[in-house]
Design a binder for this molecule. Structure first.
Ligand code: AMP
Ligand code: MG
Length: 457
């Protein structure tokens, strides 16, 4: 079986760590989104977060006709002398949804309300605050600016304009624009199928207990609903499988079809079985754990048998070991086992890959100017903490960003940064990205942060 470019990797005889942006570039280049076919036409109400499969052109102008931007009087600016004083007869009213159907006779005005269609021959709205009026006449004593307070036909979207390109992930404003153009249903790429599993004999699954609670709740037995339910300590040497739930929650926010394959035991057979199952059902497979070089790290072994995979040692922390490649037609990410590393590598690598595989056109794709689009998600902040790190690796430390009394964006460390301390991730609202060549950040130094709410779709 062919192997994808493996340098630099664990198999690389040189002790060379791959920079984060280089790894991201390589893996995005290796993806084959064109092989994931299938289009659904979905009602507009289900299209948010989906990726448009075809371009959309405007079938008509929005607004369709010129209309008033303010409440006032519609008139022809040429009827008003330069000194801005005039008294005009009011010949009718144009309401939003109920236009005044006659053209405007020369030298007259029409009472008009915001959103109402401009009568033919009127080109300007004088706002009601600038006139004196009774039911019959309107007296203007302000200079009139031709065209003022009128929304031109097609000024929002002009007929024939390319409104959206294929590959756009539809956000709320896009849905509104599509609605304004009368699109009741749109073609979108089918949802990506993502299978994930965790590995480790030390892991205890919550699935059975959760199932039992769900069954109990469904039966008539009264259960207290105002307390969290813990099923207690997992047993000596064991721990609850948190990664699978973290990944499930991350994927749940991603508009993909989720296939949870459970906990996989540290044996060659179980690991092989999980990969075969996942590859048969999914476009993208994610595993956690087993990518180091320990005796129980079977993910590595199975990969050498089944897949077209590289093991990378990344110049980052947390998340140094990462496997990436293809198992059959399915793309694969072997994430580290440490819970913080799982989240960080998911956000930095899996999420962009998932977006690319979903057919989304990312900033940085052909024709775009932004090289590493993750950089566009970073903002500068002033560190209020001293941050230590090891040189030569990009660190993603957990931080809490806020705005100080002088209005500056500042960030504080969440404290201890061990890759196993998932609570530090829960306490954080951003990742502090510290460049590889930096050794220490002093209070007052500017760093870059990735707000966590900005990373997920
Ligand atoms: P591994 O890469 O398999 O050696 O895992 C590294 C460490 O991550 C293990 O020692 C566990 O403490 C932790 N770990 C691995 N998998 C999980 C999981 N699914 N949930 C929580 N912690 C995990
Ligand atoms: Mg393990």
């Amino acid at each position: 079986m062919s192997t994808i470019e493996q340098q630099p990797s664990c198999e690389d005889p040189f002790d060379h760590l791959m920079p984060v942006d280089e790894a991201r570039r390589r893996l995005l280049d290796k993806l084959r989104p064109e092989r994931i076919t299938g289009v659904d036409r979905v009602p507009l109400g289900e299209a948010a977060g989906r990726v448009l499969a075809s371009p959309v052109d405007a079938p008509f102008n929005v607004p369709i006709e010129a209309n008033a931007a303010m409440d006032g009087y519609a008139l022809a600016a040429s009827d008003i002398p330069d000194d801005g004083t005039a008294c005009l007869p009011v010949v009718g009213t144009s309401w939003a949804g109920r236009p005044h159907s006659q053209p405007l006779p020369a030298g007259s005005a029409v009472r008009i309300f915001t959103g109402a269609v401009m009568p033919d021959a009127a080109d300007t709205v004088v706002i009601q605050e600038h006139v004196q009026a009774d039911t019959q006449t309107v007296t203007i004593d302000h200079r009139v600016v031709p065209g003022r307070n009128v929304r031109a036909a097609g000024e929002d979207v002009a007929i024939g304009d390319r409104v959206f390109d294929a590959g756009r992930c539809l956000a709320a404003a896009d849905i509104g624009v599509l609605a304004s153009l009368g699109f009741a249903a749109v073609p979108v790429r089918r949802r990506l199928r993502v299978a994930w599993f965790t590995t480790g004999d030390e892991l205890v699954s919550l699935d059975q207990a959760a199932q039992a609670f769900a069954e109990q709740a469904a039966s008539a037995r009264a259960m207290p609903v105002d307390e969290p339910l813990s099923i207690g300590v997992p047993g000596s040497g064991l721990l609850y499988d948190s990664n699978r739930h973290t990944l499930g929650a991350l994927l749940g926010a991603c508009n993909v079809e989720c296939i949870d394959l459970g906990v996989v035991a540290d044996t060659l057979e179980a690991t092989r079985g999980a990969f075969e199952d996942a590859a048969a059902r999914a476009d993208l497979i994610i595993s956690s754990g087993g990518v180091s070089t320990g005796d129980a790290d079977f993910v590595r072994q199975v990969f050498h048998e089944l897949g077209d995979v590289a093991f990378w040692r990344l110049a980052m922390r947390p998340g140094r070991p990462l496997a990436f490649g293809y198992v059959g037609e399915a793309a694969f990410f072997g994430l580290p086992g440490n819970p913080v590393a799982v989240m960080v590598t998911f956000l930095q690598f899996v999420l962009p890959a998932l977006r690319r595989l979903s057919g989304e056109r990312l900033p940085g794709d052909a024709g775009s100017t932004s090289k590493d689009f993750m950089r566009t998600l970073e903002i500068p902040a002033i560190s209020v903490s001293k941050l230590r790190k090891s040189p030569g690796r990009t660190e993603f430390q957990r931080g809490v960003m806020s705005v100080d009394d002088s209005g500056r964006v500042v960030v504080a460390s969440t404290g201890m940064q061990g890759a196993g301390r998932l609570s530090s991730m829960a306490a954080a609202n951003c990742l502090i990205v510290i460049a590889a060549d930096v050794e220490t950040v002093q209070p007052g130094d500017t760093v870059h942060v990735q707000p966590l709410h900005g990373l997920l779709p």
